[in-house]
Design a protein around this ligand. Structure first.
Ligand SMILES: [Zn+2]
Length: 205
């Protein structure tokens, strides 16, 4: 058996594990090779929001037009927030129903944004909200969200043979071949598989 579950919870022993690697553009890549993206209607509204924000930046502050534009943006902003929340609910529900254990990296989003100077981009793609939804939905069903140590080198290990590949330290390398076992890897999917495997290791007695 893969998993020794804590005696005090009434959880079922997880049979299926999914690993997820956070993606700044999009949401995540998973250990099954999927990369879900926000639906088209969401991205359309998001694009519109960006356009309207650009318009606002060219307007005279506190003018009538500026105030009108502010209101328009607030409405659009609320709309994208609703749509995002709705999508993240559906997505977390789908995963909860399909897997017993979901493994993610324990990321510090705030520190990541600051260190890498990505600013709001990192904070706003919904990952934090998504993992909160996942956690409570999984726990409602006696399942688990497992956070793998943020210093676990998920993107540097070959998920086939376990060798460390230095080539992956360059963040721009998206695809690579393991020099030891010659397996071909997609950077994000390989990381997700490693995160899943680490989650399995953490939960096995
Ligand atoms: Zn290898």
């Amino acid at each position: 058996m893969l998993y020794a579950y804590e005696a005090e919870t009434e959880s079922v022993p997880p049979q299926s594990f999914l690993g997820m690697d956070y993606a700044m553009h999009g949401l995540y890549a998973d250990s099954e090779g999927n990369r879900p993206v926000y639906p088209g209607y969401y991205r359309e509204v998001e694009e519109k929001l960006k356009r309207e924000q650009r318009k606002l930046s060219h307007m005279v502050k506190d003018s009538q037009n500026w105030k009108k534009q502010k209101k328009k943006i607030a409405k659009l902003f609320a709309k994208t927030a609703d749509q995002r929340k709705d999508f993240l609910h559906k997505e977390s529900r789908r995963i909860t129903n399909a897997y017993d254990c979901v493994c993610i990296e324990d990321l510090d989003m705030k520190a990541m944004s600051q260190e890498m100077n990505f600013g709001k981009q990192v904070m706003d793609n919904g990952w934090g909200m998504f993992t909160d939804f996942l956690k409570y939905k999984l726990e409602e069903q006696g399942k688990r969200l497992i956070r793998v140590d943020r210093y676990f080198p998920s993107s540097q290990i070959c998920s086939c043979c376990g060798e460390k590949a230095s080539v992956t330290k360059d963040l721009s390398v998206r695809r690579w071949r393991c020099s030891y076992c010659e397996a071909e890897h997609d950077r994000d999917i390989n990381a997700a598989v490693n995160i899943r495997n680490e989650g399995i290791r953490m939960t096995s007695g």
